[in-house]
Structure formats: C-alpha cells, structure tokens
Write a protein that binds this ligand. Structure first.
Ligand code: GDP
Length: 297
C-alpha cells in the first residue's frame, strides 16, 4: 500500500533535508515535485493542487526557511496535510451497528470485492465485537454469488439467510429483516447485486432495497487499484443511493494510493476499511494518522 508514492516523496524530502538551509525557491521546487508525485499516484488534479497550495501557504506563514531544520518543518507540514486530506472534516465515526438488528447495506460493482468484504466484516464483528451476524445475498441474477456468500459464511461460522429460489431482491431483504429481528441478530449484512457498469436497473434495485431495508450504514466497496475511477464510482453511488462510507479493496496491490487520497476530498465520504488480500482476516480499519505515517515512511 502506497509504496510508489512513499518512495517518490522519500526522494523529494531526502534532497530537501540534505540541503540544510533552504530558500523559498527550494521549497517551491520540492512542492512541485510533491505535486508530480501525487499526480503519478493517480490523485485527482484539484486534490493535488489544493494540497500543494495549502502546504505552500503554511510553509510561508511559518517562516520555514528561517528555522533551524527547514526540511523537517516541510515534512511535518506535509504530514499534517496528508492526515487532513485523508480524514476530511469532522471525526470519522465508528460504524453504527448498535441498536440491534442494525442493517448494513453493501453496494458496489461486480468484481470489486463486495462479497469477500461482506464476509470479512461479518467475521470481524463476530470475533472482535462479539456480535451475532446474519448474512443475506440479494444477487438474484447470479446464483453463484449467492452461494459464494453462504460458503464464506459457513467458513467463518456466520449464519446466512437460507436461499429461496425465485424471490426478488426486495423480497429477500424483507425476509432477512424479519429473520434478523426474530433470530436476535445484532447486525444484518445485505450483499446487493453488482454489475460491471453503473446502470439504471442496478441503481433502481438498490434504491428499492434501501427503502425497504432502512440501513444504518450503506457501505460502498470499490477496487482501490482503479484510482480515480474508484472515486467516480463513489460519487455516482452516493448521488443515486447515498453512501455512508467506503471500503477500498486490493490495497495490497496498490503502490500508488490515489483513490485513498482523493476519496474524502472529492466525495466527502470517509474510507472506513481497506482490503489487503483475499484472506478473511485481510481487512484493516482505515486510520488517517497511520496511513500518513506509512506514506512518509
Ligand atoms: P464481488 O463481485 O464484488 O462480490 O467480488 P468478490 O468478493 O467475489 O471478489 C472478487 C475477487 O477479488 C476475489 O477473487 C477476491 O478474493 C478478490 N479480492 C477481494 N478483496 C480483495 C483484496 O482486498 N485484495 C485482493 N488481493 N483480492 C481481493
């Protein structure tokens, strides 16, 4: 996660700290390089531009060039700005899964890792938070996807709603809600159908399910490797169905990290978790401070 960006920024800051005394021109050159590194990491242009402008402003305001360790000062400012851009405004709340049964609607494109992530979250809440979790797949177009969730559920010891052939997504959602309430479950995960592209049919179905299910959380699962496309997908889903947070998958293969850096600034929605592999434990809570520390090495 972030290896390429980290290496690029490391190079910029090494040169800066080796210089000792810094002129304003040195800082400006370094910040241009930071901007290039961000763009190469597939951070969206306005986000990269604003980021560098804010660092520039702070570096000037704090008379960095006159300080004893100017390079370190610049790094500190970049570090703080990274946290700010990753975290966005206001605190990122924990998932709202108290007040049982709490429904979590999982949405995203096919192949994004939605079903895998649903199972990973179910395992996490069962083991770490001691919750009773029920899983239900609403992917009526793909029986294999419904079975996949049931198989993953069995592997991690989490109950799934029995599959009844011929039901619509809305009917399954209703049955799942009833089952969750009657069965004393704390959390119900509804794994909605995915498609290869965003289309009206998909969005209509998710809206219908959302209206019936009244979810406490609607989590969008997106492939982090797709960079700015992931951010576009998030904006579209948010506009159509309203999302409360994002899970970025395949961050184990993402050396660039552009989606993570642009997501909050562009969509206003927090990244809640990142997927770091295919295994059921390969899921981490997204912590801006830790991520900023990782990027700056
Ligand atoms: P869905 O169509 O969105 O439900 O996608 P799946 O959950 O079936 O995932 C598609 C593929 O991506 C599977 O082979 C998963 O094991 C894999 N996958 C999911 N999340 C991650 C992740 O965070 N890292 C990696 N490397 N693979 C993942």
């Amino acid at each position: 996660m972030f290896e390429n960006l980290s290496e690029r920024l490391g190079g910029v800051f090494d040169r800066l700290t080796k210089k000792g005394a810094l002129s304003e021109a040195d800082v400006a050159t370094a910040l241009r390089e930071v901007r290039t590194a961000l763009l190469e990491a597939d951070v969206s242009l306005p986000v990269a531009r604003d980021f560098v402008a804010r660092v520039q402003e702070k570096a000037t305001g704090q008379a960095v060039t006159k300080s004893v360790t100017p390079g370190q000062q610049v790094i500190k400012i970049v570090h703080d700005e990274l946290i700010a851009v990753l975290a966005g405004e206001g605190p990122v709340e924990a998932l709202k899964i108290d007040n049982p049964p709490a429904t979590v609607l999982m949405v995203g494109l096919q192949g994004s890792g939605k079903t895998t992530t649903t199972a990973k979250l179910a395992k996490r809440f069962t083991e770490k938070n001691n919750k009773r979790v029920l899983l239900a797949s609403l992917d009526t177009n793909r029986p294999a996807a419904m079975e996949q969730l049931a198989i993953l559920g069995a592997q991690i010891g989490v109950d799934s709603l029995p599959i009844v052939k011929g039901e619509s997504a809305v009917q399954i959602a209703k049955r799942a809600k009833t089952q969750a309430a009657m069965g004393g479950y704390d959390v119900l995960f509804l794994d909605t159908a995915g498609r290869l592209h965003i289309d009206e049919v998909l969005m209509d179905e998710i809206q219908a399910v959302r209206d019936i299910a009244a979810p406490r959380e609607t989590l969008l699962v997106v492939d982090g490797l797709t960079g700015q496309d992931a951010v576009k997908v998030a904006s579209e889903f948010d506009g159509k169905v309203g999302i409360s947070g994002v899970v970025l998958t395949r961050m184990d293969g993402d050396g660039r990290g552009g989606a993570a850096l642009s997501m909050r600034a562009v969509t206003g929605k927090p990244i809640r978790f990142v997927g770091l592999g295919e295994k059921m434990d390969a899921l981490e809570v997204f912590e801006p401070e830790r991520v900023a520390g990782r990027i700056l090495g």
